[in-house]
Design a binder for this molecule. Structure first.
Ligand SMILES: Cc1ncc(COP(=O)(O)O)c(C=O)c1O
Length: 447
């Protein structure tokens, strides 16, 4: 028996053939998936108590049959994989994520991710190093389900300073991102849940999974129609007030006041999805709603746009009783978020490197946004552009942006995420200005 759960029966002889057959079956059954690194022949031979040559010949046989790949310096891996790009040739990759990446054209304008190539690797590495050096042994136990105290203190200061939030560390629960925070809070508050129409389609499955009824409320040029919300009978409303997704509308001052009045009168809650609020360009920052009504608003944020979605680190700021319930929910469901990463983020915030990175990215994204707006004016002058002042995408009304258009754009190499008919969502975070201009020229051709 080894870590691979292979067995050999010495009494049957032909040990190499037995090992090869077991490995073949494990790959066919999907128990060993593409890209999985196998133990060295020496280690596996030791585990199974056989001569090393037995394993070497079994591996060679399976490499010849195409089940395994063997590369000098990289050992032996299962083939047909979604393995890291530096390990597998493109044609060897499979799996949903790989397919998604491969189907994106050279101009990928889908919104939702920041410029992944700008992830501050050196700063994150140094923050991780600092965390690992500074954490006492006791911090490697199960973490506080509400989150590491140092991070909640840093976030309380950061959110107060940058988002005008009223956030004491005791009101903060560290989450695996906005999505995770939403699932938690919606489950705790129950339904029905009012949400913006249109909204982020990506969130619908996770909201449906909570089991609460979803009530779409129209969004107009001022944001969610609060009169319609009041008529809906919902007691919880999910909004993106700083930069509505997808339309880019900022919730107007009158609607903010009406929304908070609704929450106070009904004793309801506003769930404030602050997903890209750090990125604003031409307007004064609008403080979050939570800072105005901390007893009625739950603020949800994450590092997904500021650093990278892959970190799966975020926060919720809630009235104290709800924050305590959310922390208890973590005990009941998953025992908390990874502590080493939380310490690293706390250090990044405390050292000022998080702010520095944001300042740098804001400048970069502003120049990309400007290039995209200019190219739209030049090549698609009939387009009406919205959501310009903040975020990482534009919402563009464009007659003719229907199904066939998306296919023609895709054939020309521009990948778009469909949205409401007659509109385009153009994410500009990951393309340099000249490529954005070229992408818009191609869109004009597709039209
Ligand atoms: C509007 C909106 N809210 C929340 C999220 C999810 O954010 P997180 O990565 O923090 O879970 C997304 C993801 O793209 C989004 O578009």
């Amino acid at each position: 028996m080894s870590d691979l759960h292979l067995t050999v029966d010495r009494s049957r002889g032909r040990l190499g053939a037995q090992v090869a057959a077991e490995l073949r079956r494990a790959v066919r059954d999907g128990r060993l998936t593409g890209g999985t690194r196998l133990p060295s022949s020496r280690a596996l031979a030791h585990d199974l108590g056989v001569a090393r040559g037995v394993i070497v010949s079994a591996y060679e046989q399976l490499v010849a049959e195409g089940f395994l790949l063997s590369r000098t310096g990289d050992g032996t891996r299962v083939a047909g994989s979604c393995a890291p790009a530096d390990v597998a040739e493109p044609q060897e990759r499979a799996g949903a994520e790989c397919r998604a990446a491969e189907t994106a054209g050279p101009y990928d304008l889908r919104p939702g991710v920041p410029d992944l190539s700008a992830f501050p690797r050196a700063a994150w590495l140094s923050a991780l190093r600092h965390a690992l050096a500074a954490m006492p042994h006791s911090e490697f136990a199960y973490p506080d389900p509400a989150g590491v105290a140092e991070l909640r203190e840093e976030l309380a200061g950061y959110l107060g300073r940058v988002r005008a939030a009223v956030a004491a560390p005791g009101q903060i629960v560290i989450t695996g991102g906005v999505a995770h925070g939403l699932s938690t809070v919606v489950r705790l508050l129950g339904g029905p849940l009012a949400l913006e129409d249109p909204t982020s389609e990506r969130q619908i499955p996770l909201l449906r999974a909570t089991g609460v009824p979803l009530l779409p409320i129209p969004v107009d040029a001022e944001g969610m129609d609060v009169a319609a919300l009041a008529r809906s009978g919902a007691r919880t409303a999910l909004l993106t007030p700083a930069h509505q997704f997808p339309t880019g509308v900022v919730l107007s001052p009158a609607r903010r006041a009406a929304l908070l009045a609704w929450a106070r009168e009904t004793g309801g809650h506003v769930l404030e999805d602050d997903y890209d609020a750090e990125f604003r360009y031409d307007r004064e920052p609008v403080g979050c709603l939570q800072g105005v009504a901390p007893d009625r608003v739950v603020l949800l944020g994450s590092v997904s746009k500021a650093l990278a979605p892959a970190l799966r680190l975020g926060w919720l700021v809630a009235p104290p009783a709800l924050a305590a319930a959310a922390a208890r929910h973590r005990v009941d469901t998953d025992l908390g978020s990874p502590a080493v990463d939380q310490h690293a983020l706390a250090h990044l915030l405390a050292s000022g490197r998080y702010d520095r990175h944001l300042r740098h990215m804001r400048r970069l994204y502003r120049s990309r946004r400007d290039a995209l707006v200019e190219a739209l004016a030049a090549h698609l002058p009939q387009a009406r552009v919205e959501g310009v002042s903040a975020g990482l995408h534009l919402y563009v009304h464009l007659e003719g942006a229907e199904e066939g258009f998306f296919e023609r754009a895709s054939a020309l190499g521009v990948t778009l995420q469909p949205t409401t008919p007659g509109a385009l969502l153009l994410g500009y975070a990951s393309q340099p200005p000249h490529r954005l201009a070229e992408a818009v020229r191609l869109l004009a051709r597709a039209l």
